[in-house]
Every structure is written in structure tokens, then in C-alpha cells.
Ligand binder design. Structure first.
Ligand SMILES: C[S@@+](CC[C@H](N)C(=O)[O-])C[C@H]1O[C@@H](n2cnc3c(N)ncnc32)[C@H](O)[C@@H]1O
Length: 392
């Protein structure tokens, strides 16, 4: 049980650096970063902590083996050489839930899945001496990735993807994934004592994720994971121990400056319900408001937003006009910064401002840009020194 594993966490393309920092901050050593994936070493407790704490990863995969294969025979032999029986119990249900192949000679993913299953069965027969398997026990879903003929064979410890925190029971049009929203927040200098405002908040994802961060609420603390049933790999007491430790760190009794606006009353209703589910509704001010009416009396705030993308609006709606209105509203805000994720090619032209920074990010299969318009930093608060205090 004190074994060390290689653990891989897939993520949205373009946010690997954010995920890498999150894993590093949990105290683990990064071993490899690929496009859309960060790997590190850790023990069974790392599997538990990564599942419950990571805000930007999609799932936590234990690496069973890596090898090269250019033919199905090599693939079969490579899998047969791996210690499948160390992971799968003799009554376990095991299968390849997903295969992906990029720039590899083996590319037919359904054939890859069936060959790998056959190889696993043969390996299990030899290891256990059993001729057949009931597969009536716990689930062991494997995932296989082929990249330039290198096979990465993994066991999924997570189950439903980590973006499913459990609070978003209600969705509105084109919601942003929770993991991507959490990553974008971390790409800004926003801090819980600063203003964060989303004028196109939809179901409230940015604001709810920011509130969870501000309260130190671990995103996976309230959900279940497939590996909770694998007592032979992860000591079952660890899940409750880590959960209790994380809950003790939560602090919901804080002050925040989070604002979510949307033109649709239905969207605002949904955002409020989701925030309530997440236990952070007292920390977010949601309001029905057209972006044309956007204003704020305070300085140095952050707009972080995901306006409608062109292809998701009907032809009659004026996409460029909407971005121009956003640009005008931003122009009226004194000393604010603005961060916009969009796939609308002419966004900056319509906003009427050149971004200071720009980052390519994939929102699922959609190529988007994260435009960053940087405002001035607020003046540093003077530190009260003991000298100054004694003079008073
Ligand atoms: C892409 S969705 C935002 C999704 C959101 N990020 C989420 O995770 O649910 C764009 C939102 O802009 C809103 N919207 C469209 N026109 C608007 C306007 N003129 N003012 C404010 N909101 C508007 C829509 O109602 C929709 O909820």
C-alpha cells in the first residue's frame, strides 16, 4: 500500500502550466508535461488528494505501463507483460473505456480496445489460474493513449470527470466547463479581496469557482470516485481522513466581491440555484442586467467573461455589436482589467482595444483565445510598522 505510482492528469489544451502549478502546490514532483496532460509521482494518498483537490484536471489516471507498438501483435504482447492482476481483483469488471491515437501506426480505436481487453484477459488467466472471469465485482476502467507509437496504458481512478463537482445541476446555454473556468481564474492576478465581475455569467461558473477558491473549498470534497472501492490499492480510510482534513480548512464566513450579470432572467435563476448547491450563494451578487448597463463605482476590478461565440448565436444577433458594447462598458470602468475567452475572430476589433496578452486555449474542440487587457495595479497598502504604531 505504500507503493509509489506514476500518475497522469489530463487537462484542456493550453492550461498545462496552471495544472502543473496546482500539482506542485499539493507537494508532488512533476515527472512529465505533454500537450493536454501533466504527470507526477505519488502514493495512494496522492491519488486521493489529486482527485479531491485539483481544480483544473479532468481525471486522475494511474500509469500501468508505457511501451512502443506499431502492430496489434506488439500491442497485445506489451499489455500481456503488464501486471494487470496488481490492479484488477479476480471478480473485477475490467475494460478499456477510451482509446485515443494520434500520429501512430495503430489508429483504429475500437480494434485497439478489443485487442487490449483480450490481452488483459490472457494476462489475468495466467496470473490467477482461472479460466473465466465473472466480472461481477468493482469497476476497473482503463484508458489507453497512443502518441507517435508510444503506448500509455492507464487505470482511471476518477469515474465521472472532475469537472463534475456536483453543484451544477442546472445548465444554461453553452456553459463553460468548471475545470476550464478554474484555470482561467488562475491565469489572472485576481485575489479574493479584489472585485471579479462576469457580465455574461450564464449559469455562474466563473463566480462559483472563484467563491470555492476564496473559501478554500476543495472541488471534489463532496463527490465520489471509482477508486474508493479499490481497498487493495488505496487504503479505504484515506478517503475519509483527507475529506475531514479538507473540510476543516474551509472558511465560508468571508467577504468577497463577486458579481454575475446576464440579460436572461432564466440564466440568473439557474446561476443562483447552482451557487446555492455549491454553498456559496451568500458570496455572489447575481443580477439581471444587459452588458450595455454595466457600471461599477469601485476601481481596480477584474472582468472575466465568456461572451456568446458567433457560431452559438442566431444569424440575426449582432455578435460584433455585442463585443463593441462590452468594449464601451469596459472603457467606462476606471482602472479595471478585462479577460475575455472567445472564439469570435473579430473580438478585439469589435471591442476596439488591442489586448496586452493573448493565449490559445481549446474549449473542448473549439479553438478559443483568452484575451487579456491589463489595467494598472492598485497602489500597495502601507505596512503598519511597530515604529509607526509607537508614535501614535
Ligand atoms: C456563452 S454564455 C456564458 C456561459 C457561462 N460562462 C457559463 O458557464 O454558464 C453567454 C451568455 O451571455 C448572455 N447574454 C447575451 N447577450 C447579453 C447581453 N446583451 N447582456 C448580458 N448578457 C448577455 C446569454 O444569456 C448567455 O448566458
Amino acid at each position: 500500500m505504500n507503493k509509489t505510482f506514476e500518475i497522469c492528469v489530463p487537462c484542456h489544451f493550453g492550461i498545462e502550466a496552471v495544472l502543473k502549478k496546482e500539482i506542485y502546490d499539493l507537494g508532488y514532483e512533476i515527472t512529465r508535461v505533454d500537450d493536454g496532460r501533466v504527470c507526477f509521482t505519488g502514493d495512494a494518498e496522492a491519488v486521493v488528494r489529486a482527485n479531491m483537490c485539483l481544480r483544473t484536471g479532468e481525471r486522475v489516471l494511474m500509469v500501468v505501463g508505457r511501451f512502443f507498438a506499431t502492430t496489434f501483435e506488439e500491442l497485445f504482447d506489451g499489455i500481456s507483460d503488464l501486471p494487470i492482476e496488481d490492479y484488477v481483483t479476480s471478480d473485477g469488471r475490467f475494460w478499456v473505456t477510451k482509446a485515443t491515437s494520434v500520429k501512430s501506426q495503430l489508429f483504429a480505436t475500437s480494434s485497439i480496445q478489443s485487442i487490449v481487453k483480450k490481452a488483459m484477459v490472457e494476462r489475468m488467466k495466467k496470473a490467477t489460474g482461472k479460466p473465466t472471469f465473472s466480472e461481477t465485482g468493482e469497476d476497473f476502467p482503463f484508458r489507453i493513449f497512443l502518441y507517435k507509437d508510444e503506448v500509455l496504458f492507464t487505470l482511471d481512478t476518477t469515474g465521472a470527470s472532475l469537472h463534475k463537482r456536483g453543484y451544477r445541476t442546472w445548465t444554461w446555454s453553452a456553459p463553460l466547463s468548471e475545470t476550464l473556468a478554474a484555470a482561467l481564474i488562475q491565469l489572472t492576478p485576481w485575489h479574493p479581496d479584489r472585485i471579479l465581475l462576469d457580465p455574461f455569467c450564464g449559469s455562474g461558473t466563473f463566480l462559483i469557482e472563484a467563491a470555492l477558491m476564496a473559501c478554500h473549498i476543495a472541488p471534489g470534497v463532496s463527490r465520489e470516485f471509482t477508486a474508493q472501492n479499490w481497498g487493495h490499492i488505496v487504503d479505504p480510510t484515506l478517503w475519509d481522513e483527507v475529506r475531514q482534513e479538507l473540510r476543516a480548512e474551509e472558511d465560508r464566513d468571508i467577504e468577497t466581491h463577486l458579481y454575475g450579470y446576464d440579460i436572461s432572467p432564466e440564466a440568473i435563476d439557474i446561476a443562483r440555484k447552482n451557487a446555492k448547491n455549491a454553498g456559496v450563494d451568500h458570496l455572489i451578487h447575481f443580477q439581471v442586467r444587459d452588458v450595455a448597463e454595466l457600471s461599477h463605482s469601485k476601481k481596480y476590478g477584474f472582468i472575466l467573461t465568456n461572451p456568446p461565440y458567433g457560431e452559438r448565436l442566431s444569424k440575426d444577433e449582432d455578435v460584433a455589436g455585442l463585443y463593441a458594447t462590452l468594449g464601451e462598458a469596459y472603457g467606462r470602468l476606471d482602472s479595471w482589467s478585462m479577460y475575455v475567452i472567445t472564439s469570435f475572430e473579430k473580438a478585439c476589433e469589435a471591442i476596439g482595444k488591442r489586448p496586452d496578452k493573448n493565449r490559445k486555449i481549446y474549449n473542448g474542440m473549439i479553438k478559443t483565445y483568452f484575451y487579456q487587457f491589463l489595467g494598472p495595479k492598485p497602489p500597495k497598502r502601507k505596512k503598519v510598522t511597530s515604529d509607526a504604531m509607537s508614535k501614535e
